[in-house]
Design a protein around this ligand. Sequence first.
Ligand SMILES: [Zn+2]
Ligand SMILES: [Zn+2]
Length: 276
Amino acid sequence: MTVWSCLTCGIEYPDAVMSPDCCLICTDERQYVPPTGQQWVTQQQLESRHAFTLTEVEPRLHSIEVTPAFGIGHRPLVVSTDGGNLVWEPSGFLSPGLVDAIRNLGPVVAISASHPHLTGASISLSHALGGVPVYVNADDRRWVCRPDDVIEFWTDRLDITAGLSLVQAGGHFPGSSVAHWAGGAGGRGVLLSGDTVMVSADLRSVSFMRSYPNNIPLSARSVRKIAAALAPLDYDRIRGAFGTAIQADSRQLVEDSANRYIGWLTDAIRDPDERL
Ligand SMILES: [Zn+2]
Ligand SMILES: [Zn+2]
């Protein structure tokens, strides 16, 4: 039996002799099947093609970069707390060396992702670490590609350890969430935002989308809901899924960005050069 992973999104499927017919994630309107068609790989094949680097990006937070990039190409994060570690947005690539590197950072007590696109090889990683719980938001239950007993469903808010929580905000997926790490950024608080809140290229604003590759926007109602879910959280820094970060003032910038987005959707904002 073989664990097959989708080449485009990097997400793993159940042990099977034959690869699945199609990828549940990539055939959804938020993702895509490339013109070359659906392809599958095994972890053994990936091990010979990819390597990883582990970098401490701030005290008690490590980033993992897989090179060359695989699947969606996001960078997993490992948050270390006194109550144990969280692996956030696991990669689709997993090797014995990567498992050892994660284990060497301290005991992993939770594996989770902001939404189904960034779950990678979360079940294989859990098994390699002795059955660590993989937390999946219950509103995204139907997107689970590899059902397993290590999955635990949650809604609204889940406290992982003291000062480290998952918070559901919705939007990109109904169960889209962020990880709120109160002790990050020297105690000013960090939001690990995934695709729930996308760090923009100017590093001074964020955006929100139903689909990033296919450019499908969210409704004003959804953006208001995200902003309301994040408003009670204390944080100064945001770290996105692809290595980018807004270092300070992020809470205000998220509020401003949400208002700007809603303004464009509702015609409350117009380009001053537009002829009316
Ligand atoms: Zn896929
Ligand atoms: Zn996504």
